[in-house]
Ligand binder design. Sequence first.
Ligand SMILES: Nc1ncnc2c1ncn2[C@@H]1O[C@H](COP(=O)(O)OP(=O)(O)O)[C@@H](O)[C@H]1O
Length: 986
Amino acid sequence: MRQRNLSSQHKRQGKKPPPKRIPTSAELQTNSEEESEPETSVPIPNGDVEHMVNHETSYKDDVDTRVDVEHIDEQNLDSLTLPAVTKALALNRDGGEQLSGVQLEDLIGMIKNAERNVLLLNQARVHALEDLHKILSEKESLQGEMNVLEMRLAEADARIKVASQEKIHVELLENQLEKLQNELIQRGDSVKNETELYKNQNKISKEDALLAHDSRVHSLSKEVDSLRTENLALRNDIQALKSMLSNVKNTDERMVSLENERSFLESSLKELESKLSASQQDVSKISTLKVEYKDLWTKVENLQLLMDKATKQADHAISVLQQNQDLRKKVDKLEESLEEANAFKLSSEKMQQYNELMQQKIKLLEERLQKSDQEIHSYVLLYQESVKEFQDTLDSLKEESRKRASNGPVDDMPYEFWSRILLIIDGWALEKKISSNDAKLLREMVWKRDRQIRDAYMACKEKNEREAVSTFLRLTSSQASPGLYVVHIAAEMAPVAKVGGLGDVVTGLGKALQKKGHLVEIVLPKYDCMQYDRIRDLRALDVTVESYFDGKLFQNKVWVGTVEGLPVYFIEPHHPNKFFWRGQYYGEHDDFKRFSFFSRAALELLLQAGKKPDIIHCHDWQTAFVAPLYWDLYAPKGLNSARICFTCHNFEYQGSAPASDLASCGLEVQHLNRPDRMQDNTAHDRINPVKGAIVFSNVVTTVSPTYAQEVRTAEGGRGLHSTLNFHSKKFMGILNGIDTDAWNPATDSFLKVQYSANDLQGKAENKASMRRHLGLSSSDDQQPLVGCITRLVPQKGVHLIRHAIYRTLEMGGQFVLLGSSPVPHIQREFEGIANQFQNHDHIRLILKYDESLSHYIYAASDMFIIPSIFEPCGLTQMIAMRYGSVPIARKTGGLNDSVFDVDDDTIPHQFRNGFTFTTPDEQGVNSALERAFNLYNNDKEFWRQLVQKDMNIDFSWDSSASQYEELYAKSVARARAAAATASRGT
Ligand SMILES: Nc1ncnc2c1ncn2[C@@H]1O[C@H](COP(=O)(O)OP(=O)(O)O)[C@@H](O)[C@H]1O
């Protein structure tokens, strides 16, 4: 609305702009229409008297439309500012008691203006009447003149008619005259002839002739006389005709002059007619003027009434003014104290809120404390036990070393004893049962007559050769190993075989442990759909590993290669079902078989390769079988150096199956389908691999501390909360890191331009380039771009993602979604949305897995949305921050451990890095999204700092890997202590 715009302009520009122009009647009409609309009340800024009135909008219009009297002319009569004055009066009526000094001045000024306007209106009215009279009398005289002229015109017409008749008559007479003259001439000739004839006849007879002549003369003279009279008459006639002719000529001349006069009269008639029509228009104008005048008059009357009222109110206002001034002072004082009180109230409210928050936090912390107290207590007990064990071991070692120190090398054994051991070692070396290096180390021990090798030999007397070899080899590995030997057995590894976060963890954690000096190896299935171009030096070994399945042995081809610098073993089963030749990683009807087969084959590989890992780390349900297989089958076979660590990346997926299916991989169903082992907690005829791994592993972790708490509740544990609580001593949450080499905007080759926190120009260029690439509008480079990269499964809050797309559009942003769904109806639904926005300027949905595009989107987006219903850890929020895309996330699981709201007062400033919401519904999404947009649009500097802060957060695996390292080391130490105790006991 114009009025509102004006009002906002007014707020921006400050007080009273000078009157600029007189509005047109149309505008005045508009104003008065707008006046009838409800007006918005605006906050009252401190100490600004003008703004005391709750009708700032009206007031602005009053100021704008105040009349500049000097510029009024008669043509502008219709532009008088009646609405403005009316508004002012209305203002006075409503806000009279609040009138301030300045307003009163304005009001009096306006009233004066109005009075002058009324005066001018009256003058205008008199002028208009006078004009009207003049025009009417002028019209009458013109009408008279016209009548005279018309009469004269008729007269002239009559005369012209007579003259033309006369002219015809004259012409006739002229003809007659001519005839007569001719006749006269003829007659003269005949008289001559007759005289001649007579003379001739005279010669014949004089007497007859004289007689005849006399009578003849007589008759001729008569005839001549008659002719003379006739001639005279004719002459008279001719004279009369001549005079008539001259009369006619005169008449002709008069006619010409009359015609001139007539044409002159006609032109003046035309002129008069045009004048008449003009004056008729004038008359109609006058009549409209009259109507307008009437209008104006009624308005003026109204005005008069209003003015009367206004005068009264002004009187009242003046008296109120006095009171107001007193009140003002009081109000000022009150305001001051109110401000103080408000400040106090605000701080006490904040304090109260803060206190409540703190109390909630304290309660939460107390609960956590209680839980962690319990945990600590149990750990303390465990530690006390281990310390005791250590102490015992230490004591015995001390005792032994004391003995050794006192006794030196073992010399209570004959040389034959040592030689026999030497020969055994050499035999194994020649038979390639041990490496030459190991043989060398063992020989050295024999030369030194080492007590350990003596004990080992003594311990192996009753064992077979294979067991003896591994016992001896354990001596060498414990001597030479500088760190831990960790083998990950997993179904995914980024970037070669990645479906989600699991792949990232295996590679990221592996690389971080490698950097810390540990030996790390990975065992993966050899999928047909892997990214083979990301494997270096891939080759098949010239051996096959046999593994058991469904009562038979199957050959497995073993491939090796390096991925991201890590050594990887790929197992290719030669099984008729072509387990990993399916074109996809998961989602096959026989997944249980595929992965239980793989778990066993992986352990077989470790056993047959003679590996002695300290830790075997398995992940998720696909390789959860490793834990029971290890303890039930492989430790007894000699692969007994390791401790088992199991990480569950998502308790949603537990891989449960009918109990009988477990038998395929050689595990004993009877033995394991028990409530304290692998039996599913909700369906007792099913076994649950994840539960099995929790029970059979030495260390169990999940991917964030908050998620570790959540899954111990009935709501979050997906049926495993009781198992987890029972095994809580070995269970903990460690937040994942990200692979900061792979996810590094400064070196990322997928990006158009590399960039860093100190040089954000590159980020803007990536945004522009990606918009072009996806066909999005680039018209406004400041338009916020929201990114989302995810598997489209219910866990990720798909309905909230959909809502976020539409909400972003409503708020004027752009949205890019990269994702795909294994759930057909979700995939279909998003395909529908993708089609709806196929050529849209601001929305693009790419429904596939695309590693390179994912890098591009992280770099191009300004914000990144993760509205998960639950989220064990989540990597996308961390990757997004690394690329300067501010996360908008639901407070759950790992999101709660890594995203901290910019507005959360309970979090120290330096940790606040994004926008969060608690309730997983549309309002929750809206609130966070709107706050993000608000900040992005209105505080560019704060946003830039936030982006830089996010990019500088250390999300590397370093600290997470240290926590795993500590867990591994403790577990290994406990195992060694236990082994030492056991060996002492035997
Ligand atoms: N369609 C996709 N294209 C490329 N990468 C994807 C796609 N969907 C998910 N990702 C990647 O998968 C990982 C998701 O990890 P995470 O947030 O832990 O979720 P989850 O493991 O539950 O899928 C991230 O590295 C993300 O970039």
